[in-house]
Design a protein around this ligand. Structure first.
Ligand code: FMN
Length: 214
């Protein structure tokens, strides 16, 4: 194994959409945002309505709803005050730029992704901005990566995930590896986040990558 120190970024021309749902594990979104902003990416963030409840349950924190306050909130959580560009969108604003196919993006990552959102995406339901933005990535043939978080999976979950995989969505479950000898929760989380960003050809997280057996 060797530690990747690469801050190589493939493309900063267009923004990346980060969708955050009400699945457990908001730390996945926070760690992704930290690395993306530090690497100077433009991030368009949309958190679903249920995310507010999960912030409350996991961290005893009230997430603000107003866009500017949310941007400050997410930057504080990620610990990145200046670099990168962050724009937060209210969950209900289906008129936002990211709701349209004419708005160019690097793709979208939904992390963590609830089974409710998986189900809605699998049937093309766009009942909020996050679902609409994800649906747009699919219809435009852009990259959509989801990081589902649930256990155990029901047959219905598995069928919905299969439909999405068949439609070209990259499914990167929140399942860390252990061969990199994680020392902290952040090491485990970062492994999953890095593997998800790999799907978008974004390499901005210094994880231990397997280099073959020595
Ligand atoms: C504290 C908390 C943790 C949750 N964790 C999960 C989870 O890990 N996976 C999941 O599919 N749903 C989870 N849920 C349920 C979702 O939040 C719920 O299904 C919600 O409707 C999802 O909506 P969204 O996909 O629009 O965010 C959780 C709910 C709460 C309050």
């Amino acid at each position: 194994m060797s530690k990747s120190t690469s801050n190589r970024v493939s493309n900063h021309t267009y923004p990346l959409i980060l969708g955050v749902t009400g699945a457990s594990g908001l730390i996945y979104a926070v760690r992704a945002l930290k690395y993306l902003l530090a690497a100077d990416y433009q991030v368009e963030l949309v958190a679903s309505k249920s995310t507010y409840m999960v912030w409350q349950a996991e961290q005893d924190i009230k997430m603000p709803s107003e866009a500017a306050a949310q941007e400050q909130f997410w930057r504080e959580q990620a610990g990145v005050s200046n670099s990168g560009t962050l724009r937060c969108h209210p969950w209900s604003d289906v008129g936002a730029g990211i709701a349209s196919g004419s708005f160019r993006t690097l793709g979208m990552i939904v992390m963590p992704c609830s089974m409710s959102t998986v189900a809605k995406l699998a049937v093309g339901l766009s009942s909020d901005l996050l679902e609409r933005a994800a649906d747009v990535q699919m219809k435009e043939g852009r990259k959509l990566v989801i990081v589902p978080r649930e256990t155990p999976f029901s047959l219905i979950h598995l069928r919905n995930l299969t439909v999405l995989a068949e439609a070209g969505v990259r499914v990167v479950p929140a399942i860390p590896a252990w061969y990199h000898k994680p020392q902290s929760i952040e090491d485990l989380v970062d492994f999953v986040v890095a593997r998800a960003l790999d799907q978008l050809d974004i390499d901005c997280i210094p994880i231990q990558r397997w280099q073959g057996h020595r």
